[in-house]
Design a protein around this ligand. Structure first.
Ligand code: NAP
Length: 428
């Protein structure tokens, strides 16, 4: 990944401050940078919590890399960080001895390697990279004994549990968090998809024997969202059949264009949330509704088939239905809980039908590289939705919380400014 003509190094520091969208020469590092910062006294809604501030550019430890961020991807985790719930990420880091009383979020992004710490060998100043949203200690005992790094006790989410994420002019990552940016993608398209695509890839491929295979039926919740748009495409690429679930008929066309075989509008059903107490009228109504939902899956498929895999992330509202509709011996694989992290389920279905409820969290480097390669080959569309200016990081998260964000994955511009539209040849 080296770039001829540029030398490695920690970078000369300059007192000059560079405006968003401009930058010094590669290798020259300013002392201060603009960052979209969360502070404890502002915990609350994203529009309140995020503010653009000037902060010190961090020092670069051995094995680490400073990346000049061109664009950053928007994910739900920093809506949680903004609220300080369920984890106060700043307090947790301070308890662990870190001095910063602020959080710079952003768990994915695209950029240019600007300066490198001692011992860095796999990337060089000037490389165009994507940044992986998790970090672990490569020397951790469990990893040395062959454990998947995502299962390591040392693993943490970068730009959430770890500071100096991509919502800043410069991000701090371990060298192994840098993957080559596909040359066919713009900075913003490259910035927006790695976290959701790699998470979806792991959910669909990692948990043998419940892997998506040719002919597999996969029920995909939130199919027009970040994870869902990636999942529908991956299911299709693997030869499976994705049944998309969305709210509102308007999203159907988008899901079908992304590889879904059919779409269910969840707003036509009423059985969401906590399972009612058995034997009550509410439980009878729930049973009627969930059977109707199951028939909607059959209608999409044109046969009485239940999903081999249920691709879960709404959590509390949908888990009872996911467990109900999942096929005997099938798997509900869950990576999030947008609608609430207390989930209920009918345990009888789990043992009598020998279903599996599997947690899945982000991705290791193999999972990440798989989706980067698919994108580089043009086989996986990053589904870039809305692109926000840097001072709207809070707005971008607020739109996600309010459910009014664009379909697919959104990004924010940091160092990159798209070329202005060409002047019309004939004055209008
Ligand atoms: N563990 C990990 O590594 C990891 C990685 C990525 C994401 N996640 C988590 O996964 C979740 C989704 O992420 P995302 O990027 O795909 O978000 P997103 O783009 O906002 O998409 C989520 C979709 O879920 C659907 N949804 C929302 N509330 C729902 C409800 N009550 N019942 C059913 N569907 C509901 C919405 O679609 P409709 O309204 O159209 O149904 C929405 O478009 C978040 O909680 C995120 O934190 C976890």
């Amino acid at each position: 990944m080296g770039t001829a003509g540029l030398s490695n190094g920690a970078g000369a520091r300059t007192a000059e401050i560079f405006e968003i969208g401009s930058a010094p020469e590669p290798g020259v590092v300013p002392q201060r940078m603009y960052a979209s910062v969360i502070r404890p006294e502002r915990y609350g809604s994203p529009t309140e919590a995020f503010r653009t501030e000037l902060v010190d550019v961090p020092e670069i430890p051995p094995g680490f890399v400073l990346v000049a961020v061109m664009a950053a991807g928007i994910n739900y985790n920093n809506a949680w960080a903004a609220s300080g719930e369920p984890l106060d990420v700043i307090a947790a880091r301070r308890r662990a001895g870190e001095p910063e009383n602020f959080h710079i979020g952003g768990s994915e992004g695209s950029g240019i390697v600007w300066a490198v710490g001692d011992g860095v060998r796999s990337v060089a100043v000037g490389d165009h990279v994507l940044m992986v949203g998790a970090r672990w200690d490569e020397r951790a005992t469990d990893i040395r004994f062959g454990r998947d790094p995502m299962m390591s006790d040392s693993q943490k989410t970068w730009g959430y549990e770890l500071n100096y994420g991509s919502f800043a002019q410069y991000a701090l990552v371990a060298e192994f968090q840098c993957l080559p940016k596909p040359a066919n993608l713009s900075w913003e398209a490259a910035a927006c998809f790695l976290l959701t695509a790699a998470t979806a890839y792991r959910q669909l491929t990692r948990w043998a024997p419940n892997r998506v295979e040719p002919g597999s039926v996969v029920l995909v919740w939130g199919a027009s969202g970040g994870l869902g748009s990636m999942a529908c495409q991956l299911v299709d690429l693997f030869g499976g059949r994705a049944v998309a679930v969305v709210s509102g008929a308007a999203k159907a066309e988008y899901c079908l264009a992304n590889g879904a075989v059919g779409v269910i509008d969840r707003s036509e059903f009423r059985h969401w949330g906590r399972l009612p107490e058995p034997g009550t009228a509410a439980a009878a109504e729930w049973a009627t509704e969930v059977r109707r939902f199951g028939r909607a899956v059959w209608d999409v498929l044109g046969e009485k088939r239940s999903p081999d895999i249920v691709f879960e992330h709404p959590g509390g509202d949908t888990l009872p239905t996911s467990v109900y509709v999942c096929d005997t011996g099938g798997m509900v694989v869950l990576c999030g809980a947008t609608s609430g992290f207390v989930g209920t389920l009918d345990l009888r279905l789990l043992w009598m039908r020998q279903k599996r409820l599997q947690g899945s969290h982000f991705a290791n480097l193999t999972d990440c590289m798989a989706v980067v390669e698919l994108a580089a080959m043009g086989r996986l569309d990053p589904c870039l939705g809305r692109v926000y200016p840097f001072d709207e990081v809070g707005r971008a998260h607020q739109d996600m919380v309010d459910g009014v964000h664009a379909y697919g994955n959104s990004a924010v511009l940091v160092g990159h400014r798209p070329a202005p539209a060409a002047e019309p040849a004939v004055p209008r």
